[in-house]
Write a protein that binds this ligand. Structure first.
Ligand code: MIG
Length: 796
């Protein structure tokens, strides 16, 4: 008996072993068939679909047998391309769009993507390309000698990911290390750079995919792997990094403009309760004249951590408290977790059970996992009815006046960190297990939250923040980078994470300022705040029972520094909001790794410079650790001006600059155009009617699209905005304020033109008339004009 059993086991194991090792490749291509949107190539052991999604985007799907129904949570762009020419040669087919050429080699089946100039952007590795090993599929691509890889969303490590490998599995990683992988968000999209060309690959597969950018492959190939064997990727062949991001965000969507207040300063911590503490916290900001727009409440506001409830003792009258906050011009943001406490009588639990809203085992038994409330069920956000129900449940928060919604623990995270693979999801009518649903759980929770709160808020924009996400998350939510630590390494890492998310379509992001865990020194706090001023999402947050970290917690002089830093953030808002507008239209991130604009300048990838980025079009930010009061900074080509002093630097140079705690090395670009407003204490306040328009001298023509709207509603989608193209042309010695667009009147009445480094200018010519110009300082000249509706031509 024992012997037979052992034999049997051996047999099973051998079967498994062989299966895992079965290697299957497409083999030779046999035929190509055209169909409505693309072509299908049949090979000996596989079928490949090539679909031109646009002239610059080609989708590749490969299966061993038949194509399953097409479904994606990430992609919203509809196929809008055609192969304009298909030529068959003896060894290949050549498929052309208006921008690209795909060469399909027949024996064996291999792909090569070229642009119209004949540059190879990307090609399959010749020795082996698509390979299934058991159920897992991998696509091997040739690695070019000088190839660099950037993006892949919220990933630690260097800007250039060459030589590294990564995995996509949304993970709750408290106090993650500098090298931790994976973290909370998965965006399986990267950009490759080689031989003066670029390309992007978006692997639309939400399972635990893996990327290898030439780690341990003797510089032969890079690869990506899909555990479920479904090879489904989009090759993006726009000619620049910015163009690729634009195409990628056309495919997966862009953020809508968030409420204006969410660009302000956010004060959070785990442990703000009861009501009296929240109110006195808010009052303190106003008394001390520290600009702030939002107070946040973590899990303690709830009754036993039951979602959509309030704790009667700590918060007996939420609506009264929120009214008080509103009179002080504060917004309130509250947290929600996905776990619904198992407790008959609790309405969310009862409704979920009754309507089959929770995830379950294949036999129908509801999955139970432990989180803050104890034993919990988890909504299946991959079901439309569940998203609707979830969204409508926010009434418990919107009714009393909450207008920001913080989605935490949505990897999803449970104590023990392992939901069994067998747990089932609806996947909007394509039933599947958590293996495929896990990485889109946060995306769909954020979607339910965004759509639900938007519907509840009568035309006002909700603010949503999420910890987990998948490609496309930018459509619904801002993202923060989870439970970091109060160290200089994390400070620098936070810049890279934000920049990498930006390269991956997510523009509204930021870290817990000052570090979630641990106690920052005064220096680290101030340094982090100074970096935060130039980070899209600016929120101070700390773990429960940690030392105070509010702007006044580090002594009087630090408080004064914090105030001057925050004042600068509020001064920057017109500039920043214009950058958000750009992100909403083109996907261009707000924080832009230098790899976007200076892609082929190898220094931007150097260890010491890789954290630098442009904040909007015209400001360069060089993050510096808190233990250093000077910094070595790389300034790319062009002229640069230190924002704080106006000091000029010639670019394409490495410079050592002072970096005191109250003055991070931040530079205006030569020809830069930067609108600034007066200091306000929060975004409900009206700034002075005069907007400053700073123009820095330079050699290149530059333009800036200034944008404003009500900051509250979606009326801008119907034309209720004010935008104005501002052009500076140093060759023609001209500054133009083009005619405003949109039906709105600007909130400013006049602008103060401040010209930097234009020599000893005494007058300028405005629409044909000469005006005397004032001297503000050695390098600054200024003149004030009304913001007329017509085009304003200034020559000097
Ligand atoms: O198990 O809600 O990342 O920001 O303060 C920890 C408490 C749960 C993790 C979040 C953090 C939040 C904390 N949460």
């Amino acid at each position: 008996m024992g012997k037979i059993f052992t034999l049997f086991l051996t047999f099973i194991c051998m079967q498994g072993y062989t299966q895992i090792n079965t290697i299957l490749q497409p083999g030779n291509a046999k035929s190509l068939k055209k169909y409505e949107t693309g072509v299908i190539i049949s090979a000996e052991h596989a079928k490949m679909m090539l679909i031109p999604w646009s002239p610059e985007i080609i989708r590749v799907r490969v299966v061993q047998k038949e194509f399953a129904e097409d479904f994606s949570y990430a992609v919203i762009g509809k196929p809008a391309g055609t192969f304009t020419k298909i030529v068959e040669n003896k060894d290949s087919w050549v498929l052309s769009t208006d921008s690209l050429e795909v060469i399909v080699n027949k024996s064996p089946l291999r792909l090569k993507f070229l642009d119209k100039k004949g540059n190879v952007r990307s090609e399959d590795y010749n020795d082996f390309s698509i390979t299934w090993q058991g159920s897992e599929g991998t696509c091997y691509k040739k690695l070019f000698d000088d190839e660099r890889f950037i993006g892949l969303g919220e990933k630690t490590g260097n800007l250039n990911r060459r030589g590294e490998k990564y995995e996509n599995w949304n993970s709750d990683m408290p106090a993650y290390s500098q090298y931790e992988d994976p973290l909370y968000v998965s965006v399986p999209f990267f950009i490759g750079i080689h031989d003066s060309t670029v390309y992007g690959i978006f692997l639309d597969n939400s399972t635990r995919t893996r990327f290898d950018f030439g780690a341990s492959t003797d510089n032969q190939f890079s690869s990506f792997t899909v555990p479920d064997g479904k090879i489904n990727y989009y090759f993006i062949g726009s000619g620049s990094v910015a163009g690729i991001i634009k195409d990628y965000t056309w495919l997966t969507g862009r953020m809508k403009l968030p409420p204006y207040w969410s660009l302000g300063y956010h004060q959070c911590r785990w442990g703000y309760y009861p009501e009296s503490e929240v109110i006195s916290l808010a009052s303190k900001f106003r008394e001390k004249k520290i600009p702030c727009d939002a107070i946040w409440m973590d899990i303690d506001y709830m009754d036993e951590y039951k979602i959509f409830t309030w704790n009667d003792e700590k918060f007996p009258k939420p609506s009264d408290m929120i009214s008080k906050l509103k009179t002080m011009d504060f917004h309130l943001v509250t947290i929600v977790d996905p776990g619904i406490k198992v407790e008959p009588g609790y309405s969310s639990y009862d409704e979920g059970v009754k309507n089959d809203y929770f995830i379950k085992y294949p036999n129908g038994k509801l999955y139970v996992g432990n989180v803050w409330p104890g034993r919990c069920h988890f909504p299946d956000f991959t079901k439309e009815s569940v998203r609707k129900w979830w969204g409508a449940s926010f009434r418990a928060l919107t009714d009393p006046g909450v207008d920001g919604f913080w989605n935490d623990m949505n990897e999803p995270s449970v104590w023990g960190q392992n939901i069994p693979s067998i747990v089932q999801f609806d996947f909007d009518g394509h039933p599947t297990s958590i293996n495929e649903a896990h990485n889109v759980y946060g995306l769909n929770m954020a979607r339910g939250t965004y759509e639900g709160t938007k519907a509840l808020m009568n035309g006002k924009r909700p603010f949503v923040l999420t910890r987990a996400g998948y490609a496309g998350i930018q459509r619904y939510s801002a993202v923060w980078t989870g439970d970091n630590e109060a160290t200089d390494d994390h400070l620098m890492l936070s810049a890279r994470l934000v920049n990498s998310l930006g390269l991956s379509g997510v523009a509204f992001t930021g870290p817990d300022l000052g570090g979630f865990m641990g106690t920052p020194t005064k220096e680290l706090f101030l340094r982090w705040l100074s970096l935060g001023i130039y980070t899209p999402f600016l929120r101070n947050h700390s773990v429960v029972d940690s030392k105070d970290k509010e702007p006044w917690a580090f002594g009087e002089s630090a408080e004064a520094t914090a105030i001057s830093l925050l004042n600068q953030r509020y001064r920057l808002l017109p500039y920043l909001y214009s950058a958000f507008y750009e992100a909403s239209r083109t996907g261009m991130p707000v924080a832009r790794s230098l790899a976007i604009d200076y892609t082929f300048d190898e220094k931007v990838y150097w260890y010491g410079y890789q954290n630098e980025y442009l904040f909007g079009d015209n400001i360069l930010v060089a993050p510096v650790v808190s233990t250093q009061q000077f910094a070595k900074v790389y300034l790319p080509e062009g002229n640069w001006y230190r924002l704080s002093t106006g000091e000029k630097y010639i670019g394409n140079s490495e410079v050592i600059v002072e970096a005191p705690l109250d003055d991070l090395p931040v530079f205006a670009k030569g020809s830069g155009i930067i609108p600034l407003q007066s200091v306000i204490q929060n975004t409900s306040q009206k700034p002075s009617p005069v907007i400053e328009l700073h123009i820095y001298n330079g050699t290149e023509k530059n333009s800036f699209l200034y944008y404003e709207d009500d900051g509250i509603t979606y009326k801008y989608e119907n034309g209720d905005f004010y935008s104005r193209l501002i052009i500076f042309d140093p060759l023609k010695k001209e500054i133009i304020l083009d005619k405003p667009e949109g039906s709105r009147v600007s909130k400013f009445e006049s602008f103060l033109l401040i010209m930097h480094d234009f020599g000893d200018l005494k007058s300028v010519n405005v629409n044909g008339k000469n005006y005397a110009i004032g001297k503000r300082s050695e390098g600054e000249r200024s003149i004030e004009f009304p913001l007329e509706k017509d085009r304003i031509n200034i020559s000097y």
